[in-house]
Design a binder for this molecule. Structure first.
Ligand code: PLP
Length: 229
């Protein structure tokens, strides 16, 4: 077994244990393998071990990688900060975007989504950490944003995403994840049909699953430590 295959197995075991502890079926949680900074060969290795969904954060790095890996028929998720001048490349090359925090970006993605492709799946990124974090819309703005995004024809609103501030305090981590779940529940009570809570990374996926994550985004625990050029 390759290192990546063994790491994937270990992460799947962690997910299964967390689902068991939470009393949730393991099929509730999708593993997104975050391949940013890793070459196409690493993605191929993970795909050969059965991994089907990959996350990328940098448009310039991701677009040629996605193109080089078309034959894998993998599902590609954009999870990084997204500026207006990069929306077209994302609308054309990805299946999901987890990091929408402004209506203007969502409108551009909707208009630029090629009509022959299915609607782009969208999660709204929410700042659940207050002043500790700069990315994501404020929790009290998310209902209005969600209602507007749900109207856009090129998009399909699926749920919410958060990246809480790093902490060693697992009680705090769980509170942050719980607050995203509660927001999702409020949006659903307001009539928005959401099925996705994108939360939890290599170091905190257990806490996220205990609080209802349906998608965990894991890089380091699968591919190793990243080295930025
Ligand atoms: C890089 C990244 C991850 C993966 O983080 P790891 O700690 O390597 O698992 C998850 N989510 C987002 C948004 C990221 O940018």
């Amino acid at each position: 077994m390759t290192t990546i295959a063994a790491n994937l197995q270990a992460v799947e075991n962690r997910i299964a244990a967390a689902c068991a502890a939470a009393g949730r079926p393991v099929a509730d949680v999708t593993l997104l393998a975050v391949s940013k900074t890793w070459p196409a060969a690493a993605v191929r290795e993970a795909a050969a071990a059965g991994q089907g969904a990959f996350g990328e954060s940098y448009v310039q790095e991701a677009v040629p990688k996605v193109a080089a890996l078309r034959e894998l028929c993998a599902e590609w998720h954009f999870i990084g900060p997204l500026q207006s001048n990069k929306t077209r490349a994302v609308a054309e090359n990805f299946d999901w975007v987890h990091s929408v925090e402004r209506l203007k970006i969502a409108e551009r993605l909707s208009v630029q989504r090629p009509p022959e492709l299915p609607p782009l799946n969208i999660c709204l990124q929410v700042n659940v950490s207050g002043e500790e974090s700069k990315s994501g819309c404020a929790p009290d703005e998310v209902l209005e944003l969600a209602r507007a995004v749900a109207q856009l024809p090129g998009l399909r609103l699926r749920g919410l995403m958060a990246i809480p501030e790093p902490t060693e305090n697992s009680a705090l981590a769980r509170r942050r994840f719980a607050s995203l779940r509660e927001l999702r529940d409020r949006l659903m009570a307001a009539g928005l049909p959401l099925d996705t809570l994108s939360m939890g990374m290599s170091h905190d996926l257990e806490a996220a699953i205990l609080e209802g994550a349906t998608m965990v985004r894991v890089g380091t625990a699968i591919f190793g430590e990243r080295h930025y050029a």
